[in-house]
Design a protein around this ligand. Structure first.
Ligand code: HEC
Length: 227
């Protein structure tokens, strides 16, 4: 597992900010996550993510990513950063290995949180959100693209975006090209499948005019995040 090493002054600053944050947000109510669409996983906590594509197929995997996206950004992002890109207050979760060790560590922290010297640094989520939400969030985190994952395709994605905005382009061909670009996106966790603006745009395209605008917006968001 990789960790960012903080230099002395930065570490002190980060600890001070974390303490303030824990105080300011200590009482924030956890936001429920609707996991009805996901397969049941039983009561006992598993040691491995059950929602990977090789186990449940692409469709359920993608549903887990979407549910995890919402669950993460409502419950975890205030400490671990929007889109799981850490601002330094809490560890950057994108680097947690998408393998058994990373899964076990994730499940442990998710269920029990972390308390140090009587201070809750991270609340426990296991009882409140449940196991299905936990693994959905895990699925979302491990599919996060590496920093700058779309940089090599920036110009082409911008051109596709403009084409879609103008309502032009051959839908099926653009969808296939976006899927191909999405397939080249690498995760920081080592997970074989990644989420990206290119994938979201490709999946949005369904042959309708409204979908073209929607896909164009996803690319705009992805391209602005890349800068
Ligand atoms: C109030 C702030 C806060 C919130 C909210 C929070 N965390 Fe954390 N989390 C932390 C801190 C601080 C640590 C580091 C604890 C330590 O030193 O081991 C941490 C550690 C972790 C770790 C271990 C990472 C590692 O590299 O060791 C995981 C996994 C994790 N959190 C997942 C989550 C998930 C998932 C959520 C949302 C459901 C969440 N956290 C919500 C503050 C938070």
């Amino acid at each position: 597992m990789m960790r960012k090493t903080l230099a002395g002054p930065a570490l002190l600053l980060s600890l001070a900010v974390t303490a303030t944050l824990a105080f300011a947000h200590g009482d924030v109510a956890p936001q429920p996550v609707n996991t009805d669409a996901l397969p049941e996983v039983g009561e006992e906590w598993l040691v491995e993510n059950p929602y990977r594509a090789d186990k449940v197929g692409d469709e359920v995997w993608w549903q887990a990513v979407m549910i995890g996206d919402s669950g993460f950004n409502q419950n975890c992002a205030r400490c671990h950063g929007l889109g799981a890109v850490s601002g330094g207050l809490a560890p950057d979760l994108r680097f947690l290995e998408a393998a058994e060790y990373g899964d076990e560590w994730f499940a442990e922290r998710f269920q029990h949180g972390y308390t140090q010297d009587g201070t809750t640094k991270m609340p426990a989520f296991g009882e409140i959100l449940g196991q299905k939400a936990g693994w959905a969030i895990r699925t979302y985190i491990e599919t996060r693209p590496e920093d700058g994952a779309l940089d090599a395709h920036k110009d082409r994605l911008g051109a596709i975006r403009d084409e879609l905005m103008a309502g032009g382009g051959d839908d099926a061909a653009l969808k296939a090209e976006l899927m191909e670009i999405a397939g080249s996106v690498v995760t920081a966790s080592g997970a074989p499948k990644s989420d990206s603006a290119a994938l979201r745009a490709a999946l949005a395209l369904d042959g309708t005019e409204a979908a073209k605008k929607h896909a164009a917006e996803m690319l705009t968001i992805g391209l602005s995040a890349a800068h």
